[in-house]
Ligand binder design. Structure first.
Ligand code: GLA
Length: 387
């Protein structure tokens, strides 16, 4: 994706003037799925693909003129209209602008055109890439860049909650804003402390296989999973009035067993996955420090099993891709992101890479009629102004 492409559309669709250009990435996540809203750990990194937007104040009090280049769709709306625009992509712009106003940023009317090269609905957080890109632009244009990176992350998350119907955690927006080339990040979602981990696994490659099964979190069972976790926390808190239980991070395996009958098998099994996942992220950190990629990989397979059989956010196509990885001796493979479609992330020895990819393409196409999209992971930088 290049600046000139976005700029030419911005000029054509508005008044011929140029604005400033901002970019924000999508993300991968090595391990730690559905742990963010449970106060646990995640291990994401930004990618070299994302969203690019050109933006400019248009001198109006509150009219936004927006053009989605890839969709060839133009929507104009007023920030003062409480309902906001209907087009789902425009709601991200509306949401960020409203959240910025809540932060005290004097957002007025602006023009915006944007495009992306992060696959949509692939579990790579195209939506967080949009949110952080628009946040970066509004911060620069109306906020004197005084909004902190964490407030940008939280404005993105609030946009999902308040305008898009997804009760997501903070991983995606965090990765998009804070990403750094060559580094994964371990984030403690309870304290918000994080560390950069340079990630150059000698002799291995990270590759995504996109099943192209559309992953759509809005109105999906994603929110149900979160509710299950919250039910379990409530039941544990009720049994232990002396303790402080905010999320599953605060709960032990024993406490989970105590409420099993009360919460029912479905909620129990979901919480069981989350407690296991919390431990797996920490085990992966130790293994990475020791350069032990075999253990990293084994934990990834365990996560896949848990996401598929316990948390039930997989689908037939993703399980099939996971099986092909196993058959090919791939070190680690699992569903990445929220689930219900999208990609697997695979840690594969460089000498097995070609054969694995060829086999996955051939077998997947034979069964589902199309090849999975192969996306080699390049870990890139977070949100930034380009010009
Ligand atoms: C989606 C959400 C994140 C996170 C993941 C699952 O990407 O936006 O907050 O919960 O699913 O790990």
């Amino acid at each position: 994706m290049d600046i000139e492409f976005v700029r030419s559309r911005f000029i054509k669709h508005f008044d011929g003037k140029t604005g400033n250009v901002y970019a924000s990435p999508g993300r991968i996540n090595l391990i730690g799925e559905h742990t963010d809203y449970n106060g646990g750990f995640v291990f994401p990194g930004a990618v070299d693909k994302g969203i690019m937007a050109e933006m400019r104040a248009n001198g109006t009090e509150d009219t936004v003129m927006a053009y989605a280049i890839d969709l060839k769709d133009r929507v104009d709306f007023k920030l003062s209209d409480p309902a906001g625009p209907r087009a789902s992509w425009a709601r991200y712009i509306f949401g960020i602008a409203k959240e910025f106003q809540k932060l005290g940023v004097p957002v007025k009317g602006f023009n915006i055109a944007f495009a992306g090269d992060v696959p949509l609905g692939a579990g790579m957080s195209s939506s967080a890439a949009m949110e952080s890109c628009f946040a970066c632009g509004l911060n620069d244009i109306f906020g004197e860049n005084k909004v902190s990176q964490w407030d940008m992350v939280l404005a993105g998350q609030a946009t999902e909650h308040n305008y898009c119907g997804v009760n997501c955690g903070i991983m995606d927006q965090f990765a998009s804003v804070f990403g750094k080339a060559g580094c994964l990040m371990r984030l403690d979602c309870r304290s918000r402390e994080f560390e950069y981990f340079p990630f150059k696994p000698d002799g291995y490659r990270l590759v995504l296989l996109n099943s192209k099964v559309k992953h759509e979190l809005a109105g999906s069972p994603y929110n149900d999973r979160r509710n299950s976790c919250e039910n379990v926390v409530k039941a544990i808190a009720k049994k232990h009035p002396e303790g402080k239980f905010e999320t599953l991070r605060d709960c032990t395996w024993e406490q989970l067993e105590e409420v099993r009958a009360e919460v029912g098998e479905e909620d129990y099994t979901r919480a069981h996955f989350v407690l296991g996942e919390k431990d797996r992220v920490l085990a992966v950190c130790d293994a990475l420090i020791a350069g032990d990629y075999e253990t990293v990989g084994q934990k990834m397979y365990e996560t896949h099993y848990g996401l598929s059989k316990e948390y039930e956010v997989s689908c037939e196509e993703l399980d099939f891709l996971n099986d092909i990885a196993k058959e090919n001796g791939v070190t680690g493979s699992r569903i990445m992101g929220g689930g219900f479609g999208g990609c697997t992330i695979n840690l594969v020895r460089a000498d097995l890479y070609q054969k694995f990819i060829a086999d996955a393409k051939q077998k997947f196409a034979a069964k589902y009629g199309h090849e999975p999209e192969v996306i080699d992971v390049v870990i890139g930088d977070g949100s930034r102004k380009l010009c």
